[in-house]
Design a protein. Structure first.
Length: 287
């Protein structure tokens, strides 16, 4: 059941509720990003965890890309997903060690920018982060930008070696016409059962549904399960453009030394090699 989004309806099918145990997914992405600052990894993990759940809200060829810009604008977190549950993301650099808490890292002037849609039709929304809390500020984004009452919560623990001990997330959204108090009621139930996710038997769908009904609401109905997984989508062809930025004499240096040029994807860490024979072909194209 890990890395599977469990989709359910509750409160007489008036509220959409999604759960995920995405521990392996978040652990893999954090490991690939080679970030050494724990607070950076907490911010990245919580962002990715929330965005991974939102993949279940997308249709067909839709994508959702989120950028969290900290109060210090040189620090940014990127997360991206599509309707097939492919998730990727990274922090653009190691954040300074003076950020000893997530609130300090976010600061007073941070913002969220989201792009949602297909290549032909995209919607861009921007909101600030008044709570200095990734969960609350993502929920705030949907309330302000899309006029949708939404509740998103992530539960993440990372040890001193930056290994993810566990990562769970919950997403709830009122369906049209549903009263606001249902969302408040759900939050109360979750706060009352804060340790529920750690004890939940995720390996068995039927048992999970029974436990959710016992702990949250008796009319909960699981309607689907969909996977989420890491996928970068990079390719060697995508990096050819970088070679065109090199001057002819720079390319010739590698050719004469019989050395390849290496280029690494900052999202997944995969290294692509461009050998002298390929560089020679590049020079011919420029001629």
């Amino acid at each position: 059941m890990k890395n599977n989004i469990i989709k359910a309806l509750i409160f007489d099918k008036q509220l959409r509720l999604y759960f995920v145990d995405n521990t392996p997914l978040i652990n893999e992405i954090i490991r690939r990003n080679h970030q050494h600052n724990r607070i950076t990894n907490v911010a990245l993990g919580k962002t990715l965890s929330g965005i991974s759940l939102l993949s279940a809200t997308l249709k067909e060829k839709q994508r959702l890309s989120a950028t969290l810009i900290m109060s210090n604008p040189k620090y940014k977190i990127f997360a991206d997903t599509d309707a097939s549950g492919n998730v990727r993301g990274y922090a653009n650099q190691n954040f300074v060690n003076e950020n000893n808490s997530l609130q300090n890292l976010i600061g007073n002037n941070a913002s969220i920018r989201m792009i949602k849609g297909t290549e032909m039709h995209q919607f861009t929304g921007i909101t600030d982060m008044p709570y200095r809390d990734i969960d609350k500020d993502l929920s705030y984004y949907f309330r302000q930008s899309e006029q949708l009452e939404t509740y998103l919560e992530t539960n993440l623990a990372i040890d001193e070696d930056n290994a993810v001990l566990y990562s769970y997330a919950l997403y709830a959204q009122l369906l049209p016409g549903a009263p606001q108090q249902l969302l408040t009621l759900l939050k109360e139930k979750i706060n009352t059962n804060s340790s529920f996710f750690h004890k939940c038997k995720w390996s068995n769908g039927n048992q999970l549904q029974e436990e959710l009904r016992a702990n949250y609401i008796n009319d909960l109905e699981i309607i689907d399960q969909v996977p989420v997984q890491f996928s970068c989508g990079c390719s060697k062809e995508m990096f050819y453009g970088l070679l065109y930025q090199l001057k002819e004499n720079e390319l010739l240096e590698y050719i004469q030394a019989n050395k390849p040029i290496e280029s690494a994807c900052h999202i997944c860490g995969k290294v692509y090699h461009f050998y002298p024979s390929e560089l020679k072909n590049l020079l011919k194209k420029e001629d």
